[in-house]
Design a protein around this ligand. Structure first.
Ligand SMILES: [Zn+2]
Ligand SMILES: [Zn+2]
Length: 502
């Protein structure tokens, strides 16, 4: 039974071109899918896998890659969602938004997430009601529950295993398979569906909440995989072409086939080659080619590129020696391979004296622990956060003394001293001032939330007065700096800058 043809998904390239039309086509298809059982969908996927000329080896590699990527996406989504819950009141704002507003961001999320890769786009078939726009926009709790169901323990920590989104029909198929004695191909077919549907849901959530809080959409790159020449025609494309001819007529079908080909060419041109060592995953920018493992290529036509000899050696020790040049099995690829990491020492001590940290402050401390060079982080999304790293060792030591006190006890004087110093630096230091980011208002607004200190702007104004009264014009944080060092420190700075807050 060729469901591949009957359940032909809408053209992927329409997701961004005509999101409304594309989405209606999907919704209509999903209605049809509701009448198809999960095990029939599984059979259809098994047929596609069997017809795939790229073969099982390629599918195994893809599967392993998908699991590892899913773990990373979940860590990234966890970090962003924790920040938006703590900083932007995501929960309250999402719940009180109108369905139309939620729908607008959901459609951005759906169409962008489905434009990442064809396998993700087509995985919408396996999500059924979960990604139905009307359901997600109507009741705000649905999306929030989904976000919480895929958030992993400990922000910034890549999990060892992904968290799958539960689904009664797929879970039943999964249980049934466990009771039988499935072949590797059967395990792979189901495993691929489960990982792809969870990955798509995670991307949709990630894009949607980023769009909703006004951050830039995350940039996701897709791996390029070189393969032997002469394996290009895909039998299901012949099916799809035949199906299109029935529905669109010969001219319409020809135009649609051409459109699909152009879109594929465009997607291929954006793919990047990634280093295979999980501790690196560096991507090259297209022109250069990474050298690959010769044995894997010669014996298995398996593409395993490395950016450097060091990465190849590290991966060999970690994992590659177990699979090099050998046929893969489901068990060999069903666990993500993670490069070993020793947990970093905490940047700040535990809270004392009954001080209760806000979620935002706890998140900030986790981030500082992973970025030991950073002195303070004004948090935005990954690409818009500003990390403050004080180059002067004495200023840094003083800053960190105040930071430790503020972050372990919540001491208001220390918070205000730090806040004023950061605001003042952002305008007095010409390098920071030229960037215009972060603004004093952004710094103070984050710190108000971190320490639950609503009157912080008044305390900062008082710190500015104290600086103005100092004959050397030192900010309060640097009061104990020797005059000689202060002269060195403030060379080239606009010492008379005044912190003014809205
Ligand atoms: Zn590398
Ligand atoms: Zn190899």
């Amino acid at each position: 039974m060729a469901y591949a043809a009957v359940l032909a998904p809408p053209a992927m390239q329409d997701a961004l071109r005509q999101p409304d039309k594309w989405n209606s086509e999907w919704e209509a298809l999903i209605k049809t899918v509701e009448r198809v059982s999960a095990s029939d969908l599984l059979n259809s996927a098994a047929i596609q896998l069997a017809m795939d000329p790229e073969g099982m080896d390629w599918a195994f590699m893809e599967y392993q890659n998908l699991i590892a990527r899913l773990c990373h996406v979940q860590a990234w989504l966890t970090l962003d969602a924790s920040l938006y819950f703590a900083r932007d009141d995501l929960e309250a704002k999402w719940l009180s938004a109108t369905p139309d507003l939620r729908g607008k961001h959901l459609l951005i999320g759906l169409s962008n997430a489905c434009s990442i890769a064809k396998n993700l786009h087509d995985a919408r078939l396996y999500c059924g009601r979960e990604l139905k726009l009307a359901r997600l926009r109507g009741d705000g709790r649905v999306l929030l529950d989904l976000v919480r169901s895929v958030m992993v323990e400990g922000a910034l920590e890549v999990p060892k295993e992904p968290r799958y989104v539960p689904h009664s029909a797929w879970d039943a198929v999964s249980e049934a398979q466990k009771r039988a004695t499935p072949t590797d191909a059967e395990k792979l077919t189901l495993g691929r569906i489960l990982v792809l549907r969870t990955k798509l849901i995670c991307h949709v959530l990630h894009f949607t909440i980023r769009s909703f809080v006004g951050e830039e959409l995350p940039e996701v790159t897709v791996s390029k995989n070189r393969k032997k020449k002469g394996t290009e025609t895909f039998p299901s494309q012949t099916f799809a072409a035949a199906f299109m001819e029935q529905t669109l007529g010969p001219d319409g079908a020809r135009a649609a086939v051409k459109d699909n080909k152009d879109a594929l060419k465009d997607r291929k041109s954006k793919r990047k080659e990634h280093c295979s060592y999980t501790g690196c995953v560096k991507a090259n920018n297209g022109d250069e080619k990474y050298p690959r493992c010769k044995k894997c290529w010669d014996q298995m036509q398996r593409d395993v590129p490395y950016c450097s000899v060091e990465c190849q050696r590290a991966d060999w020790k970690l994992y590659h020696k177990t699979i090099c040049g050998k046929p893969l099995t489901f068990d060999a690829v069903s666990k993500p391979v993670l490069a070993p990491k020793t947990p970093p020492a905490p940047a700040v001590g535990p809270p004392v004296g009954g001080f209760k940290r806000s979620n935002l402050l706890a998140l900030h401390i986790t981030a500082l622990t992973h970025l030991p060079k950073a002195d303070y982080i004004i948090m935005g999304a990954e690409d818009t956060s500003v990390t403050i790293d004080l180059p002067d060792p004495e200023a840094q030591a003083l800053f960190r003394k105040f930071r430790e006190k503020a972050m372990t006890t919540g001491d208001k004087q220390s918070v205000a001293t730090m806040a004023h110093f950061l605001c003042w630096m952002s305008i007095a230091d010409p390098k920071l001032a030229a960037r215009k980011d972060p603004t004093s208002n952004a710094i103070v607004s984050q710190m108000k939330k971190e320490y639950g200190f609503d009157e912080l702007h008044l305390a900062v104004a008082e710190m500015q007065n104290r600086q103005n009264r100092d004959p050397l014009r030192r900010p309060v944080l640097l009061f104990s700096m020797s005059p000689q060092n202060w002269v060195k420190f403030c060379k080239g700075m606009n010492v008379n800058s005044q912190v003014v807050l809205d």
